[in-house]
Design a protein. Structure first.
Length: 335
């Protein structure tokens, strides 16, 4: 009987794998998520395979992405060990912020200026930046008396600014919070709104109320607003005031005129901090009226202790489609 030719071709090496063992199986279940949703997110984002065996996870993939997946899993498990929860947003944050090299150092708020883990403590929740740009922005808010956050919708500019303001307020660094935005209609005429002055301006201010409700219990927020320790008002109401010992946020600043921006910036008083947020692609001012945000960026960028942080579609933390939509419009503008 003739023997067939021997197959001398070398075997394809299997992808390397790494075994992770977790001592608490209940925490491991939370780490995996409902129907292993968290593991699926990590697999799809990093192009690795994760196999769940008892109290072990086997991570299979090329060295760099495998190590990154291991770091993400270990960071999320440590979060559970510290009594925290793991939600889809937490997985997304770790995926965005975990480098290819060694795992990032962990720590509390004292570590935020040392390149460690950044957390903003409020009455209702801990807020953690989910991208490197968000982390740099939060550090700038704590470090500078005047800070600008510029970028597209959904990148957390206003949300993080309000979170830092609430943190500073509850820790006694400022005596009050003042949130403002121009009352400019977004491309449509709304007509005369019914009710008193508060009823008329509240629709414009609603995003600021939404952010505050995320960080402060409802009854406490209502009391602080009643006592004027938290103020939410249109930009026009800032004229003539000196804002001392306050944390002041101007949202949607691209819709402030140059004169309004100058007026607002010169309200800054002793012991106060001021944050200006806006999106240069969503200017709703009348044609030929220059944006105060663009002028401020041009005039103030060289002044020490004034920070400018920029966001792109990569920093969008809303639905993934939002980033794709922003990128499509940016590409069309460049065409």
């Amino acid at each position: 009987m003739a023997l067939g030719a021997l197959d001398t071709s070398p075997e394809q090496p299997a992808d390397p794998e790494e075994l992770l063992e977790f001592p608490d199986n209940r925490l491991l279940i939370d780490l995996c998520g409902e129907y292993d949703r968290n593991l699926t997110d990590i697999e799809q984002n990093l192009e690795v395979q994760i196999v769940h065996r008892g109290n072990q996870l086997v991570v299979i993939g090329e060295t760099e992405v495998r190590q990154r997946a291991v770091t993400v899993l270990q960071s999320l498990y440590q979060r559970l060990e510290n009594g925290r929860t793991v939600e889809p947003g937490d997985v997304d944050r770790e995926l965005r912020m975990t480098p290819l090299q060694a795992p990032p150092p962990r720590g509390g708020q004292l570590e935020m200026f040392k390149g460690g883990h950044v957390e903003i403590k409020t009455r209702k929740k801990l807020v953690e930046p989910r991208t490197d740009a968000q982390k740099a922005y939060v550090q700038a808010l704590f470090a500078n008396e005047l800070a600008f956050g510029i970028g597209p919708a959904g990148t957390g500019k206003t949300y993080l600014a309000v979170a830092v303001g609430v943190s500073m307020f509850i820790n006694g660094h400022v005596d009050r919070i003042i949130l403002s935005r121009p009352a400019v209609e977004a491309g449509e005429k709304l007509g005369y709104l019914p009710g008193d002055m508060k009823d008329k301006i509240d629709p414009y201010m609603q995003p600021l109320y939404d952010a505050l409700n995320d960080f402060l219990p409802g009854k406490q927020l209502a009391k602080l607003i009643e006592e004027k320790r938290i103020e939410i008002a249109p930009l026009a109401f800032m004229r003539g005031r000196t804002l001392s010992n306050a944390y002041v946020v101007l949202d949607e600043a691209q819709n402030a005129t140059t004169m309004q921006m100058k007026m607002f910036l010169t309200r800054l008083g002793e012991g106060s901090r001021m944050v200006i947020t806006g999106d240069r692609t969503q200017i709703d001012l009348p044609r030929n009226v220059p944006s105060g945000l663009q002028d401020a960026e041009r005039l103030l960028s060289s002044i020490a202790k004034v920070s400018f942080n920029y966001f792109t579609a990569r920093d969008v933390v809303r639905h993934p489609l939002v980033a794709a939509i922003i990128e499509a419009y940016e590409a069309d503008d460049k065409a």
